[in-house]
Design a protein around this ligand. Structure first.
Ligand code: ATP
Length: 260
């Protein structure tokens, strides 16, 4: 089943003349049950794409379908099946994590309410951590809380923007295991942006490489491994750097420049 589809998705920030093109016409199709690694240099448009899918920002042109819904009302309903961890986890700074999660829970439709304790256990938030206010939390606890918020309502599709950011090595490993479990045990489709390519390489089933707001390449993990092997590359980072280098060379030749 196709979970998400974008056709010519475009996002410009600012007014016409000085507009900055963050997404330059993205065509993309995401299938259910997969883990997509969204990769690109700073400013490539990763967060912008995630924000458009989540409805936190609106496209300048193009169209998208989420769970088959395309019109505004349909998209609003489809987004109830979406969980998002984009930028800092939102909440009341002076409430404890537990209280914040309770606030979010009561806003959910009754059918989607869930066992908060089980949710905290799932993301690795212990009782002491849950008693801390959002203001007092460490970065790692905030990420875990953000993930708990994202999982509220048992979403079928998760958008994670740099979820490993600020986590210590054991936190990164736990996050990785959790993402894999959500995918394997609950069939959650995941779109995850990260600069940690070695980490992504341990979990992604597919990759989307973005550059200057365009999809440079989409490739399955199996094809990526094959290509890396053919080229004698040890890690996914080397593949990505090579892809970027080739794109730069193409752009340079279009502009009549020669690569050093
Ligand atoms: P990073 O890896 O640094 O997080 P990214 O791939 O997530 O980058 P985006 O945050 O989507 O990239 O940004 C894409 C482009 O859009 C950048 O040039 C950025 O400066 C610009 N941009 C993003 N948000 C806004 C905004 N609200 N107003 C103006 N420009 C913006």
């Amino acid at each position: 089943m196709t979970v998400f589809e974008a056709r010519g998705l475009r996002k410009e920030y600012g007014r016409r003349r000085g507009a900055l093109t963050a997404l330059a016409g993205v065509d993309l199709r995401l299938e259910s049950g997969r883990i997509y690694g969204l990769v690109g240099s700073n400013g490539a448009g990763k967060t912008t794409l995630l924000r458009l899918i989540a409805g936190l920002s609106f496209p300048t042109a193009g169209s998208m379908a989420l769970f088959g819904a395309e019109d505004e009302k349909g998209l609003r309903e489809a987004r109830l099946r979406l969980g998002t961890l984009i930028a800092d986890a939102a909440g009341y700074e002076d409430l404890s994590l537990w209280q914040n999660l309770r606030v979010q829970e009561v806003l959910l439709p009754t059918a989607q309410r869930q066992d908060l304790q089980a949710l905290c256990d799932l993301v690795g938030l212990d009782r002491r951590g849950c008693r801390r206010t959002l203001r007092q939390c460490s970065t790692g606890q905030k990420q875990r809380y953000g993930l708990a918020s994202a999982l509220m309502g048992s979403p079928e599709f998760l958008l994670l923007d740099e979820p490993m950011n600020g986590l210590d090595p054991s936190g990164v490993a736990e996050m990785r295991e959790l993402i894999l479990r959500l995918n394997r045990e609950r069939g959650v489709t995941i779109l995850i942006s990260s600069h940690l390519l070695a980490e992504l390489h341990k979990i992604a089933t597919d990759y989307i490489f973005l550059r200057f707001g365009s999809v440079l390449e989409t490739v399955s993990a199996a094809d990526l491994d094959r290509r890396m092997e053919e080229r004698g590359m040890k890690d996914a980072e080397a593949y990505f750097l090579e892809l970027e280098r080739a794109a730069r060379a193409r752009e340079g030749s279009l502009l009549g420049l020669r690569e050093e």
